[in-house]
Design a binder for this molecule. Sequence first.
Ligand code: SF4
Ligand code: SF4
Length: 351
Amino acid sequence: MKVIKIDKKEWTSGIEQVKNAYRVFGPIKEENKEFSAFKELGKGVTPDLSATDTRLSPKGIIFPQSEAMFEFTTDSTSDDCNLMNVPEKDYSPRAIVGIRPYDAAAFTLVKKNFDTPEYRDNYWVDAYDACTFIGLAVSSPSILDFSTSTKSGPFDETGLDVLLCDLDDHFLAKVISEKGETFLKAAGFTNIADEKDVQKIDILKKEAEDKIQSRVFFDKIQSYSILDIYEANFWEDISFACINCGTCTYVCPTCWCFDIQDEMQGKTGQRFKNWDSCMFPLFTLHTTGHNPRGTKLQRVRQRFMHKLKYFLDKYNDGIMCVGCGRCIRFCPVNIDIRRVCDTMNSFEPAK
Ligand code: SF4
Ligand code: SF4
């Protein structure tokens, strides 16, 4: 394991230097805004590593909220009439600096869906492959963080290329992949940390993990039949207060639903892929007028069944949630996925 020591006095110049080789994204504190937001860092801007959680995860850097997939013309005089052409894309190296470990782990869950032997979403995968993930270990987890229950955690290395640990006047950068090593070299960060310093990482990791009190259990959910849990009475109670605003899905780093829409201007148009939400009635509305998830109960049940049952059954590798706590923090009616998970896990099927 290689660990690089980065003096904080060298941090700003290193980040400036690395922008010659990468598009660099990171959390930025914005005036009059409670939460920092992930943005591309312009000249002279460094990531705000003192930022606590961001409202939106950085998923939009790989999966933009609205992305042109194709452009086309219906002009019969054009050789390209009615042909779909992929617009020029920028898949040059990019890096997200200061991503939280659970957000990096979330990308690996989404990858299970967008990069399979049968199906490859080129837009998502090419952007993901172009990206280097420079994580910042979380030393003070929020009260809503339950990442240690979801196979992630404040020092989780899943999906990261480098893990930065903040030691007041310097960072320790744990090199996890070749991509990470290349990034650090491009930034001019090459000082190998001494063994005494490196040992501090495990101590800090244990301290941070111990601070997380919030837990979920899903050990029994797989043992229930889909139909039994689908038809359980508790969905009425769980969905009662929901206003189907979709906030929980937009802030979630593991939610990937999208819709495809054509926008025309005269005879030219673009086909867009837009974030969508299983919480919206329009998402599943058929052109016939039939809606298989026409009620609130059906939509709320879908969100939790997908994350906590279907995904678990399909991949047998944990739930589709990294425990960031965003959906709990931002739900206007306090629907709490931890309580839903407990309810599902302690379900008693009718005999
Ligand atoms: S944020 Fe809350 S109210 Fe809004 S859709 Fe999600 S569960 Fe429903
Ligand atoms: S806690 Fe909520 S927002 Fe965070 S990963 Fe889990 S479901 Fe998504």
